[in-house]
Design a protein around this ligand. Structure first.
Ligand SMILES: Cc1ncc(COP(=O)(O)O)c(C=O)c1O
Length: 397
């Protein structure tokens, strides 16, 4: 029967990874997959994580299931690390379910929406993280896209307003909480407030994908918009990933925050979400969550984590500034320092992406998206030379 399956589409980044692996050149530059890399090109394990892992080995006394809703203490500490004081403000209107990564939180949120309102449409600005549209479809929901940016590369507020005007009560607005992937261009604070206000009036529910807290300007600054929206909304869903901020990609660290109009609805929604989680993955993995719980329960380890996160963000922002300082004729990279997070879109065609790959062993997505953290002191000059080669190409009119 499996012979009847249609040929599976390969994820573009996975295909890129395969091409790169097959490339025998030793000086390849990987700007594809969205993992943070340090100055040596490694995906580092944070020192705070290593310390917490050692403590965990000594103190863990059981490998029993954590339950479909996950570890309550981890989830509350994680929430308070990202949104300090929110628990006091929102109280029992806010519930949490631990999930396998941000992807699990998004899947669970969409599944919950599909259960509550099977006809809901999910409005999302394009371009967006490539998994968003398949995740929406996997939950049986319909995606509606609008343009995230205008021709000048600024937030397209007109398109957002138009989308909100067309949305029906019970529809979902999917937003990137910070460090927009792939553009690096985030909603300004007033747009978050305006959006939340409209959602409230029109019965539209924001679903925030918060995958990079702390990798833009700092945790508090990065989540300021989400926080302002949460203060205005009766209902909201926030899918938080710890994969990037704690460097715990493979440990699948995440949670879904559920804000509801009343404590009773919040309680029931969280229970329903836990029921859905039971069917999707039964119980979330514990290791990453236990590590983060230990870090956040310790003053010293928390301080160490915050310092390490700052160093990651500073490095990313320094590479952005260095890219913007390149003297190129045609390619304009001057907006990069104003953008946030690990991703930026190079204004180049897929043909030019191919040229970078084939002639210069520089690997990036066909869309022109680069992971800024893939650049470092050892490969920057070579990347700059490759860009200069593209820069002098004549673009067909
Ligand atoms: C925008 C966005 N959302 C969610 C995720 C999912 O992260 P996780 O690995 O925690 O599932 C990613 C990961 O690349 C992402 O870029």
């Amino acid at each position: 029967m499996f012979d009847r399956l249609p040929p599976a589409k390969t994820d573009s980044l996975m295909a890129l990874g395969q091409l790169m692996q097959a490339d025998p050149r030793v000086d390849k530059i990987d700007l594809g997959v969205g993992t943070y890399r340090d100055e040596n090109g490694a995906i580092p394990i944070m020192a705070a994580v290593k310390s917490a892992e050692r403590l965990l080995i000594d103190e863990q006394i059981s490998k029993g299931y954590v339950g479909p809703a996950g570890d309550f203490e981890f989830a509350l500490r994680f929430q308070e690390a990202v949104f300090p004081g929110l628990e006091r403000e929102a109280g029992a209107r806010l519930a949490r379910v631990q999930t396998p990564g941000g992807t699990g939180a998004l899947r669970l949120a969409l599944q919950l929406v599909a259960q509550a309102n099977p006809g809901a449409r999910v409005w999302v600005g394009a371009p967006t993280w490539p998994a968003h549209l398949p995740l929406i479809a996997a939950a049986g929901l319909v995606a509606k896209t609008f343009q995230h940016l205008d021709a000048e590369g600024r937030i397209n507020t007109a398109a957002l307003h138009e989308a909100l005007a067309q949305a029906l009560p019970g529809d979902i607005l999917l937003l990137h909480g910070c460090c927009h992937n792939p553009t690096g261009v985030d909603l300004p604070l007033d747009a978050w407030r305006g959006m939340a206000d409209t959602c409230m009036r029109r019965g539209i529910i924001p679903l925030v994908d918060l995958a990079y807290p702390g990798l833009g300007e700092g945790v508090a600054q990065d989540v300021a918009g989400v926080r302002a929206a949460l203060a205005l909304c009766e209902y909201a869903l926030v899918a938080v990933s710890g994969s990037k901020s704690f460097g715990l990609y493979r440990d699948r660290l995440g949670m879904l925050m559920l804000l509801s109009a009343s404590p009773t609805i919040a309680f029931n929604t969280a229970r329903t979400a836990a029921g859905q989680a039971r069917l999707l993955w039964s119980n979330p993995p514990d290791h990453g969550a236990a590590v983060v719980r230990i870090i956040l329960a310790s003053h010293d380890l928390s301080a160490q984590w915050i310092a390490e996160l700052r160093a990651m963000r500073d490095r990313v922002n320094a590479v952005r500034a260095r890219l913007a300082g390149l003297s190129l004729q045609r390619l304009d990279l001057r907006s990069l320092p104003a953008q946030r997070g690990m991703f930026a879109m190079l204004p180049i065609s897929s043909e030019e992406v191919r040229r970078l790959r084939e002639l210069h062993a520089v690997y990036l997505d066909d869309s022109g998206r680069i992971n800024v953290a893939g650049l470092n002191g050892s490969n920057f000059e070579r990347f700059a030379a490759a860009l200069a080669d593209i820069d002098t190409l004549v673009v067909p009119a």
